[in-house]
Design a protein around this ligand. Structure first.
Ligand code: B12
Ligand code: SF4
Ligand code: SF4
Length: 289
């Protein structure tokens, strides 16, 4: 495993533990095409990877649809090749059980929001991929972890959302989306989920507003960048991402002619026809998080 963490760190990414597949477990294919024997998880933790991703976008002739996915696949795929591994992504279909893998590899537990809580990074981490190996790597048992949610009596993460989208029955995706895309949802669109931001754990790793706006744009299925662009008036001195990318390419790429492919086709409920934006129908997550 020597060198993998360093190779990932050069892109702001973090190795998030590993595990050995049990015999008979439904493991995805490793580099030889047979079920993999072990896996290492790759995460973005805090905002460390964000400038690397932005620099990659700036260097593309045309910013691709689902750019965070594309960047992750490019970076992690290359590192996989260097270390004799194959790479998988959280957005591969059918969905791979990344959260279950992380509970196993890192001893993490879910927060009341469904997102896994990390004692060092709080809710501010997400998986960008996994490296799969044909051999059993000598991975350590996950460390004994404190789960901050156990000691959190007030649970502010369940009290900030204006539409109460996180309930005991689970995440009300439709209610969330309708609010995010509606007139009253500007704070969610430009600064991120109020519930997630209300968590006091590891606030030093909280994603910056442009990153949160970008992720929220991806989460809400917006392929036009209008939602991310909206944060122009919320982020002093920082042009909205899509404008920045368009400008960097000499204006060659307008919002309208960008090639946004429909990669998933899975529609989510809860959208109204009276949205203030011409957003494409919300899709399942597009490399956000
Ligand atoms: C489909 C999906 C969604 C769907 C449905 C979620 C659901 N009910 O399963 C929707 C669109 C609602 C969604 C939303 C978000 N998601 Co999501 N999502 C996924 C995705 C692509 C597949 C989930 C799945 O079906 N896995 C297959 C099963 C078999 O895997 P599993 O590990 O065994 O399943 C676990 C989860 O399903 C979990 N679970 C069960 N119910 C819910 C509900 C929610 C809301 C979540 C987050 C998890 C969850 O429990 C299972 C056992 O642990 C995963 C990536 C992945 N491949 O896992 C990301 C993933 C779970 N999402 C993630 C995130 C961050 C989000 C968002 C915050 C994104 C954003 N930018 O705002 C939002 C909001 C969630 C919230 N509560 O606030 C992260 C979580 C990271 C973490 N620290 O744990 C993941 C892992 C993606 C990543 N790249 O890291 N998501
Ligand atoms: S606010 Fe409390 S319960 Fe909610 S995620 Fe943070 S630590 Fe966990
Ligand atoms: S994004 Fe906004 S509407 Fe959705 S759960 Fe978070 S606070 Fe609620």
């Amino acid at each position: 495993m020597g060198g993998i963490a360093e190779a990932l760190a050069a892109h702001g990414l973090v190795l998030f533990g590993g595990f050995v597949f049990l015999s008979g477990e439904d493991a995805p294919a490793g580099p030889a095409g047979r079920p993999a024997r072990s896996a290492l998880l790759v995460s973005q933790a805090g905002a460390e990877a964000w400038p690397h991703f932005l620099a990659w976008c700036d260097a593309q002739a045309k910013v691709p649809a689902d750019p965070l996915d594309q960047w992750s696949r490019a970076v992690i795929g290359e590192i996989a090749g260097q270390f004799g591994a194959s790479a998988v992504s959280p957005s591969d279909r059918p969905f791979l059980p990344f959260q279950r893998w992380a509970m196993r590899a890192e001893g993490l537990k879910p927060s009341p929001l469904g997102i896994l809580m990390h004692p060092l990074f709080g809710l501010w981490h997400a998986f960008r991929g996994a490296l799969l190996f044909d051999t059993e790597l000598p991975v350590a048992e996950p460390p004994a972890r404190v789960h901050p949610c156990d000691a959190c009596v007030e649970k502010p993460c369940l009290k900030a959302c204006l539409v109460g989208a996180h309930t005991a029955a689970g995440f009300q995706h439709g209610a969330c989306l309708a609010h995010v895309l509606g007139a009253a949802g500007k704070t969610c669109r430009t600064a991120g989920c109020l519930d997630r931001n209300a968590c006091p754990v590891a606030s030093e790793h909280r994603y910056p507003p442009d990153m949160q706006a970008f992720l929220m744009s991806a989460f809400s299925g917006d392929r036009t960048g209008q939602l991310a662009g909206e944060c122009a008036d919320g982020l002093a001195g920082s042009p909205p991402l899509w404008e920045r990318w368009a400008a960097a390419k000499g204006g060659a790429q307008s919002v309208d002619d960008r090639d946004f492919k429909d990669a998933s086709g899975e529609k989510a409920g809860g959208t109204a026809t009276s949205l203030p934006y011409q957003a494409s129908p919300p899709q399942s997550p597009q490399g956000g998080d």
